[in-house]
Design a binder for this molecule. Sequence first.
Ligand code: NAD
Length: 373
Amino acid sequence: MENNSFKTFELIEKFGHEQVVFCSNKELGLKSIIGIHNTTLGPALGGCRMWPYATDEEALIDALRLSRGMTFKAAVAGLNLGGGKSVIIGDSRTIKSEALFRAFGRFIEGLSGRYITAEDVGTNVKDMEYIMMETRNVTGIPIHKGGSGDPSPVTAYGTYVGMKACAKHVFGNESLENKKIVIQGAAGHVGVHLCDFLHKDGAKLFVNDIYEDKLKPIVEKTNATIIPGEEVFSMEADILSPTALGAIINDDTIPQLKVKIIAGAANNQLKDEDKHGAMLKEKGILYAPDYAINAGGLINVYNELEGYNRDKAMQQTEGIFDVIEKIITIADEKNIPTHVASQEIAIERINSVSQAKRIRIYRDQELFKQRNP
Ligand code: NAD
């Protein structure tokens, strides 16, 4: 890639991928990279991102980074899934066509179930329907076509129960009654449902969104107070719930924080994972690792593979309470930041399953030797 094949393999080795697939169809303008990071626990499931990457290398790095993240997410959530993600290079407003997605679907079909796709930034339900014309290895399709529909209420529920686990640890009680909670991105798909769950638990909500008019129905329903953007990080409250954007926990915002817990659905909240995760720990703020607390969406599409049932998906999502508790316990015991504890849980699970598989293969080999002396 970029006339530097060594760099391509260096990158793949650095991220530790099993397989990276480059797909091309010049006539249709399809250039795609599928990253299959680890399939120890099951098929690699992760969305397809369509983005006008400036260089092929940028696209490759994104595919590698995102698919590796999915390995940890699925492992911590206790799902029998590996980590995968794909990218299609191009502008989602101009390059989309039925033919392009069907061609992409045929590439996925060629992987015989090692990779299962879903929606991500730049792709939507309609695109998944085109992919489904060529392969069954696609999720995130509409309910009327046997899919799981919008995952946002499930993501919100998982974020809510994960927040309760944090509250139990910090306040000695999982109830969120009278707790002051700041929600950034409250008018979004996840935010709206999260506000509902929190309100029913008796929390006092302080909401913010760039689309302030969309907050009005939330205020009417939940008695929330609208706060300006500049107060999101500086307000004195019990919990901050980042549910809009990534990279918002950073050098600028951490010194402003006057909360005891950060627990929100947004992806990649820590701008620099190690640096800012450690800074939060030092400041005595409990951080619920984003990919662990927002796993409800992944749990939802996982259920699609087994014949979708929303009640079952919600029930399974309740397990996020235990996952967050376990992360906090390990972080406390080892005196490490929560994001590190979360990674340890994921790696330990993958290693133990991988070891068990190896032992099994070894036993089979021994049996074979005995039978064929
Ligand atoms: P969304 O686009 O529907 O909502 C995001 C909201 O944030 C919007 O209302 C937007 O106006 C607001 N926003 C954007 N920038 C803002 C800013 N600077 N200040 C305040 N508000 C701002 O997205 P969503 O589906 O609700 O997802 C929210 C977050 O959760 C994203 O980071 C997403 O990656 C993550 N997530 C979502 C799901 C899911 O099931 N939808 C699953 C896992 C993770």
